[in-house]
Design a binder for this molecule. Sequence first.
Ligand code: AOF
Ligand code: ZN
Length: 403
Amino acid sequence: MSCTQAGLYKESMKILSNNDLDADILDWPVYMGQALELARNVIGTSPNPRVGCVLVKGSDIVGQGWHVAAGQDHAEVMALKEAGKAAESAIAFVSLEPCSHTGCTGPCAEALIKAKVAQVVIASIDPNPAVSGEGVAKLEAAGINVFHLVEFDQAARDINPGYFKLREQGLPYVRCKMAMSLDGRTALANGESQWITGPSARSDVQKLRAMSSAVVTGIETVLADDPSLNVRLDELGFSELEMARNELTLTEQPLRVILDSKLRTPTDAKILASPGLVKIFTTAETTEDKNLATNVEIIVADKSGQRVNLRSMLESLGSDFACTDILVEAGATLGGAFIQSGLVDELILYIAPKLLGSDAKALLDISGLQSMSESINFDIVDIRKVGNDIRVTAKPLTTSENH
Ligand code: AOF
Ligand code: ZN
């Protein structure tokens, strides 16, 4: 269910479209745009949402804040700390409904009430059931009017696609990254494949990893390429400011996940040796004789044939490990399986300006398509040049959008 649908709102909260804005509040979209921009300051705050807050008094911004990492101050609290006494009678613009619960930190709705802000303007309702609508209710019960700038709703949700999808559908948001030559090939027939793309594209992939809660790969990739799949700070290409803002996010590696039905991961694989937690999903009957390090956990997964059931593996990453954003970095077989099962939300394709020829391996193993009407169709949402390569971001069309 979309959070803009009825049911979650308290009756008194005002839903404002840009066309409804009176002359004295015509600048509200500007401030909300700034709150959203602050939310984007940090690459990821998994499992928490990225949130930004701007406190405005008259035409002055008296405080700004954003959530830095789980366990740290929420955006509103950072902004209130900056504003101090000036927060009194200010308007708070927040990209997400202020929270009403005590989690790792106290309720932002109460902090705003205590600071005596005049009004609160939000871009989206928090889908967290511990909050959803309650933050608004708390503020209104204290006599603070809450407005929802509805035109910002989608943009606010797009800042945290995994956070919203996990709460609303029980599944994390899945990005599938692949790299290929201009003729759609990934590796020579002898398996030689590394470094199809240039250094800028590889640094871009580091950012994708840094914004993910987990990086998922298959045993075939582990055996063929022996990747680490970790975030390497020197390859991120961040400025000093970006480094400082992301310090806390970057201290933790994303979870690395190997789908390994027969439990063939070598004990000396690089992915196991680099810092961070590794989860191996398997369907093997016995897991006892594997002598793995303490950072590695073997999980006996639901089966789909002889393989790990991808949907229930994703559900488990969401519910057991609070993963909101998944990056699949796999080969043709697992990549194809993810796409064919409709579990990919975004395909991120790097295209290197080279031809590998028809003996080289194809991008994806997708078989069984009999006619054009069975093709898997996408909407291209972004194309850009990254170094000498091209990056295409595409979202699969649903069946109804296809026809
Ligand atoms: C806000 N502002 O900046 C964020 C919010 O464990 P905690 O205390 O950090 O709470 C996490 C929950 O708080 C998260 O699931 C979401 O509901 C909300 N996040 N809320 O008012 C913020 N990051
Ligand atoms: Zn909060």
